[in-house]
Write a protein that binds this ligand. Structure first.
Ligand code: C5P
Length: 208
């Protein structure tokens, strides 16, 4: 089974995706971390063809064998990852790797283009929506950041780059179910997403 979860930054994809993966016995893959690792490697002066990127089953990101998981979620890499994500060579490389990972076992994969490009025939496609104000509050809370206006501005510039880039812009797939999260608790969003997966499993069981 392949479950695709897309949406803008801080829309709740990771919390929802990780819980679904546990619930349905899938591997969870955060593809944003791969773009972050490429940005980190480039900041270190490494060319794309000298990078190897692996994600372990327990979600550690290995860059040329080094565990860089703890270095990836910084404001600087938020922006740099979205810049490198506009490059065709980077996307071609990472999309191939993501498809390869999804071919090995059941996955919940989250990102921006999973339902549209990486796994266009995913069994369940979910797109999470949330207003920029709510996303900024969530992100500032996660990072213990008190500059809400700065966080809103950073999310805005990243959203704009992610949504307007020429290749694989952030967009719901035409067959994705959109979950608007603004008026829902995290538990309610998870429950709505889990219902979609159960519906798929029921249909598969009954051969619909
Ligand atoms: O999801 P996360 O915030 O970690 O992603 C970091 C950046 O990587 C995003 O802003 C986006 O530019 C890029 N990305 C992407 N396609 C994906 C996942 C992430 O372009 N599937």
């Amino acid at each position: 089974m392949r479950i695709a979860i897309d949406g803008p930054a801080a829309s709740g994809k990771t919390s929802v995706g990780r819980t679904l993966a546990q619930q349905f016995g899938c591997r969870f893959i955060e593809t944003g971390n791969m773009y972050r690792a490429v940005a980190l490697a480039m900041a270190r002066g490494l060319p794309l063809d000298a990078m190897t990127i692996d994600i372990t089953e327990d979600e550690r990101l290995l860059l040329n064998g080094e565990d860089v998981t703890g270095l990836l979620h910084t404001p600087e890499l938020d922006q740099r990852s979205s810049e490198v994500a506009t490059r065709p060579d980077v996307r071609t490389r990472l999309v191939a790797l993501q498809r390869e990972m999804a071919g090995r076992r059941d996955v919940v994969m989250e990102g921006r283009d999973i339902g549209t490009v990486v796994l266009p025939d995913a069994d369940v496609k979910i797109f999470l929506r949330a207003s920029s104000d709510i996303r900024a509050r969530r992100r500032a809370g996660e990072r213990g950041d008190h500059d809400l206006a700065g966080t809103i501005e950073q999310l805005r510039s990243r959203d704009e780059r992610d949504s307007t880039r020429a290749i694989a812009p952030l967009n719901p797939a035409s067959d994705a179910t959109i979950i608007d999260t603004d008026q829902k608790t995290l538990a309610e969003v998870i429950s709505a997403a889990a219902d979609l997966v159960k519906e798929h499993l029921n249909e598969r069981w009954h051969g619909v």
